[in-house]
Design a protein around this ligand. Structure first.
Ligand code: 13P
Length: 255
């Protein structure tokens, strides 16, 4: 059984002080009504990691970053290394998000190097893939995603399935309110799992595959009921505590 994972991605929203208040309130909500059988993570801006670490340490909520440098150290102004993230208590790191691929020209090769740096620092990369609207319209979505998966993952060597997470996020569904249908999302997550099997054998089959793109409380249960969708990478709805918890509870009811 794969434990569902509900991973928030706060992108460039909130201040660190807002985040600490938010996280304390989340823990109070969880204390009064725990979400058992579901793993939780929050991927926050770099500035929030150190203040959130003592609040989330030893709780059910993993502290996550949204990016990392592929370099170990050096003259790389503005970059943050995997060792630096690990040192402040980060447990998971999103790499290859479509916004970084689009806004910063990140290639599969770079995403692979970042994922490897995260794993080498004993944290879990959440590797993102997903096609553009025009690629889907042209019927190329499967080829695009398979190529991204091979390019961003081949060469990693997870010894255990819990050392890696993959998120399928169709770019046209991100922040648009246009969620993929549950059937389309399932088909792409099943394809993702096939590639994971090809690359990593049985270990790959057990890696968690998340769906991302306008996941909301109203569509979460149907998405998470699909055989190959092991939870969600949630943007906008993860900024609202009630929505985030409702989405987590939707995963629990399907676990
Ligand atoms: P939304 O949930 O806001 O569509 O964002 C999805 C996403 O990009 C998560 O990484």
């Amino acid at each position: 059984m794969r434990t569902p994972l509900i991973a928030g991605n706060w992108k460039m929203f909130t201040t660190a002080s807002e985040a600490t208040t938010w996280a304390r309130a989340l823990l109070e909500d969880l204390a009064s009504d725990p979400v058992r059988g579901v793993d939780l993570a929050l991927h926050v801006p770099f500035t929030h990691l150190a203040p959130l670490a003592p609040i989330l340490r030893d709780t059910a909520v993993a502290l996550g970053a949204q990016d990392v440098s592929a370099h170990a150290e050096g003259a790389h102004t503005g970059e943050v290394s995997a060792a630096m993230l690990k040192d402040v208590g980060t447990r998971t790191v999103v790499v290859g998000h479509s916004e970084r691929r689009a806004d910063h020209g990140e290639s599969d090769e770079l995403v692979l190097a970042k994922a490897a740096a995260v794993m080498a620092a004993d944290m879990v990369p959440v590797v993102c893939v997903g096609e553009l609207e025009a690629e889907r319209a042209a019927g190329r979505h499967e080829d695009v995603v398979v190529a991204q998966l091979r390019g961003s993952l081949a060469g990693l060597s997870p010894a255990r399935a819990d050392q890696l997470v993959v998120a399928y996020e169709p770019v046209w569904a991100i922040g648009t309110g246009r969620t993929a249908t549950a059937a389309d999302a399932q088909a792409m997550c099943a394809l993702t799992r096939q590639v994971l099997h090809e690359l990593f054998g049985e270990t790959g089959t057990a890696v968690r595959v998340l769906y991302g793109g306008s996941v909301k409380p109203g569509n979460a249960a149907e998405l998470f009921a699909q055989a190959d969708i092991d939870g969600g990478l949630v943007g906008g709805a993860s900024l609202d505590r009630d929505s985030y918890l409702a989405i987590a509870r939707a995963a629990r009811s399907n676990a």
